[in-house]
Write a protein that binds this ligand. Structure first.
Ligand code: FES
Length: 134
């Protein structure tokens, strides 16, 4: 298990209450990232040298604008309600959640999809169950 600080702020200037722990599972390996409250998940992953993209979308994506749907990750724990229209659709229909549209506000555990080429597979069981999906 590796532990990475995904923050531009020096650790001694960030209080413990303003940070969250992100457990990232990829290739049967766990990396633990400490991120500041309010950080965008995609940015935290990329800062930790963990890509949410597949082999093709790593080169061609929307850069975090929430329109290409290639930055999807699976939540194992702490899944937040979707707010972006595209992420709401992903959550409702069981597609991976868009990491560029996830603001980290609590400790979470996610899984990187390592076998996706572009978007990732739909998974009915992974549908976000909430009234908030609209
Ligand atoms: S990077 Fe395009 S939707 Fe997230």
């Amino acid at each position: 298990m590796g532990h990475i600080m995904a923050s531009a702020t020096p650790p001694d200037q960030v209080s413990a209450a303003s940070q969250h722990t992100v457990h990232v599972w990829h290739d049967d390996q766990e990396t633990v990232i400490t991120v500041p409250h309010g950080e965008i998940l995609r940015r935290a992953l990329l800062q930790a040298n963990i890509t949410p993209y597949g082999s093709v979308s790593k080169q061609v994506n929307c850069g975090g604008r929430g329109v290409c749907a290639t930055c999807g990750v699976r939540f194992m724990k702490g899944e937040p309600a979707p707010v972006n229209w595209h992420d709401k659709l992903a959550a409702r229909y069981g597609y991976p959640r868009l990491s560029c549209q996830i603001t980290v506000t609590q400790d979470i555990t996610i899984r990187i999809i390592t076998d996706k080429i572009m978007w990732g597979q739909r998974d009915e069981a992974a549908r976000y169950q909430s009234e908030q999906t609209g």
